[in-house]
Design a protein around this ligand. Structure first.
Ligand code: SF4
Length: 735
């Protein structure tokens, strides 16, 4: 184990030296300060005085620096150079702070960039890497007005969007049919050879090849077929992909197997991957590919992954990180007063695929989760537990929203799902009844929103059957009568290429049941390419889906490959998403979308057309904080010698939180990837890096306002201010 302070003695590399030389040459004032300072403290004071003088020329920027967000000044109104001045001053204010870096398995990280420059300039030490100096070069160019931000106009963003075809493009549909047929033919051979012996999916001896093919085409339309035939081994994956995976990728996948990382890719989803790259869709399937193919970092970290969501660690009877008391270990996750997640003891604990950056990799490590679908069928004790869980919702003063997920809510069999929805209905009814006995101001929040969290519309659209639609329809019909107003399928679509004719049909069926479908997109490196997310929003709208969140990738070094820096999330929001900003005059209309869910396609089209926008940008770009809640309100307050940025987040002030947040303070995050590494990754994906100018400079973020459609409906009575099921530790109650 090294001593972090010893790193100051490490000589910088030749490349770092060259970058340092350039930095000092471009900034004579910085050069003068560094050369004249006798020690790092003098260097810090010198830079601080210089930069503070620059910042003080703008009253607003100075106020923003001193008072932070929420001071009445939007970060968007600041000059580009103000961002740099604020960042340099924040670096200096936080100089010498120590942070536990969970990307490096808990090693200590110290941020003191001006000291690193001074050490490098005067002693040739400090150990700062080229990525650090590249970030510094851009920072001082931004300060001096040399690194300008040029926002793309709408026409450019529309051009970028064209780079990404959707899965509804007839040429893509044809390619997927080829993929399907290749997979089907391999499976036919394996069944005939006896290599696959499935009790449900088998041929008659007398079936001709053609008949076998026809039969399998029929099976292809069934969800269970895809679960039975899901790929769990790397070699089979490669075979089904026409042996198109390169040896390096296969090494990674074999290493993953040896390490016990589960692998689960159903044939339908696999058929979305190209094995030959068409000229019109180069790189279009990358976001999907990165969800299936594991990264080297994941393999290396598996076994050491730390849970990102602290509030998900539950011990009944002991408050979780957000202060909530919960009835069982694994069935309810809760961060906020008004909503809790229900995870049933059914097949819904699984998904019909395993996304490589899933936060549940943590649970796969200790074997708590797996893909033994038969073992996940509900046991006897589930009936009793369900009662206990519903009692929890019924007797909670603030809960009004139940999000049934897993895993994946629609992985539950119809019977299991019906039973859960029936239980939710009875609970909501009893909660309403009990309120009649409570006086105004003492009433409990009644259930007004029910959500099902699922990626099945994309992973396995065949699961969306007429029977399932009837279950949803009937539930809505009776639940509407007891005051539940919002019925939401919350899905997770990563790429426009995932929106296939099958997915579209499945989504239309869900909409026909009167449920709205909203999307949570994970902003992975591949999906963070210029125009990708904007195109996704447009394609989602085309099939009646509403964007809800764009989430920065969570996790530490295990998700390094998938991670796109938060600076890019802010840039995407300001430079691309903006072309779909909904004018305020439409807010009321959009708020009522859930009340007319069956006509969502028409309603989306109408607003887009009248407002002349290519899509409805209803989503907020946020990070799920490893404390409580979501936010993109941050400032970069530090940087490691590897050039990885240190961000300090505030909680989302617009949202109703557990009172614990007032005691928690700010949340600090160290990103797993420097901006330079991210840019290099973009270049490796064939991106023209000049299109990302300005990326280094987005060092401040503010959480966007929540759109009207995602607000809870108002009650016509006053609910209690009392919090049940909340326990704050004694010292937290003081003040
Ligand atoms: S659908 Fe969600 S829960 Fe399931 S594997 Fe993917 S990220 Fe994880």
């Amino acid at each position: 184990m090294y001593n972090v302070y010893e790193l100051d003695k490490i000589a910088i590399t030749v490349k770092s030296r060259k970058l340092l030389k350039q930095l000092l040459k471009e900034n004579p004032k910085l050069d003068e300060i560094m050369i004249n300072a006798q020690n790092e403290t003098e260097a810090l004071i010198g830079v601080k005085n210089w930069v503070f003088e620059i910042l003080s020329q703008s009253i607003d920027a100075k106020k923003y620096y001193e008072e932070g967000s929420g001071n009445g000044i939007s970060f968007k109104s600041l000059k580009w150079s103000d961002y740099a001045a604020i960042r340099i001053l924040d670096y200096i204010d936080n100089a010498g702070r120590e942070f536990i870096d969970l990307n490096l398995r808990g090693k200590l990280a110290i941020s003191n960039p001006m000291q690193l420059i001074w050490l490098a300039a005067n002693r040739g030490t400090g150990g700062a890497k080229p990525y650090f100096f590249e970030d510094m070069l851009h920072l001082f160019r931004q300060l001096m007005g040399e690194d300008e931000r040029i926002k793309p106009d709408k026409a450019i963003v529309l051009e970028w969007m064209k780079r990404y075809p959707s899965g509804l493009d007839p040429r893509i549909i044809k390619l997927r049919e080829e993929n399907r047929d290749r997979i089907i033919n391999i499976f036919i051979d394996k069944i005939v050879d006896g290599e696959i012996n499935d009790s449900k999916y088998r041929f008659e001896n007398e079936n001709s090849r053609r008949e076998k093919y026809e039969k399998m085409l029929e099976w292809w339309k069934e969800g269970t077929f895809h679960l039975h035939f899901a790929v769990r081994k790397a070699d089979l994956l490669n075979e089904l992909m026409g042996f198109s995976l390169d040896p390096d990728t296969m090494d990674i996948l074999h290493d993953a197997e040896n390490k016990g990382i589960p692998f689960f890719v159903n044939p339908y989803y696999l058929s979305l991957l190209h094995v030959r790259v068409p000229y019109f869709a180069i790189g279009a399937d990358l976001a999907i590919r990165d969800y299936i193919i594991y990264s080297r970092q994941l393999i290396e970290e598996f076994g050491h992954i730390r849970a990102w969501e602290k509030e998900d660690s539950v011990e009944p009877g002991i408050p979780n990180a957000a202060g909530w008391l919960l009835p069982t270990h694994y069935n309810i996750h809760r961060r906020y007063p008004d909503v809790a997640i229900l995870i049933p003891d059914t097949m819904g604990r699984a998904c019909s695929g395993l996304c490589s950056s899933c936060q549940r990799m943590y649970d796969f490590q200790n074997g708590h989760l797996n893909f033994n679908l038969n073992k996940l069928k509900p046991s006897e004790s589930w009936n009793e537990r369900l009662v206990k869980l519903m009692n929890y919702f019924e007797n909670d003063s603030q809960l009004r929203d139940i999000l049934i997920t897993g895993g994946d809510a629609l992985m539950s069999a119809d019977k299991s799902l019906s039973k859960i929805l029936d239980a939710v209905y009875e609970m909501a009814k009893m909660k309403k009844e009990a309120n009649k006995l409570r006086t105004e101001g003492e009433k409990y929040a009644e259930i007004c929103r029910v959500r099902l969290g699922t990626r099945l519309p994309i992973y396995l659209p065949q699961r969306i059957t007429v029977n399932l639609v009837n279950i949803l329809k009937n539930f809505k019909k009776k639940a509407s009568k007891i005051g539940i107003k919002q019925f939401v399928i919350q899905t997770h679509i990563e790429s426009p290429m995932e929106v296939t004719p099958e997915a579209k049909e499945g989504i239309q069926k869900l909409i026909s049941a009167g449920w709205i479908v909203t999307n949570q997109h994970v902003f992975t490196a591949a999906s963070s390419r210029r125009g990708h997310n904007a195109k996704l929003r447009a394609v989602l709208n085309e099939v009646g889906v509403l964007p809800y969140y764009t989430f920065s990738v969570k996790g530490y070094m295990e998700n390094n490959h998938a991670f796109a820096p938060n600076a890019r999330a802010v840039q995407e929001s300001i430079e691309e998403k903006v072309i779909g900003s909904v004018p305020e005059e439409y807010f009321d209309m959009i708020k009522d979308f859930p009340l007319d869910a069956e006509n969502i396609n028409e309603n989306i089209n109408m607003v887009c057309k009248n407002a002349d926008i290519p899509f409805l940008a209803l989503d907020r770009n946020v990070l799920n904080l490893p404390g409580v809640g979501k936010s993109l309100t941050f400032r970069i307050i530090g940087i490691t010698r590897y050039g990885r940025r240190i961000l300090e987040f505030d909680h989302d002030a617009t949202r109703f939180h557990s009172p614990i947040i007032h005691r928690m303070g700010k949340i600090v995050i160290i990103e797993s990837k420097s901006i330079s590494e991210y840019r290099k990754q973009l270049e490796d994906m064939g991106e023209d890096i000049s299109e990302y100018a300005g990326l280094f400079g987005y060092s401040i973020g503010e959480t966007e306002s929540r759109m009207s459609i995602y607000e809870y409906p108002d009650y016509d009575y006053k609910i209690t201010e009392e919090f049940t099921n909340l326990e704050l530790e004694e010292e937290l109650k003081v003040n």
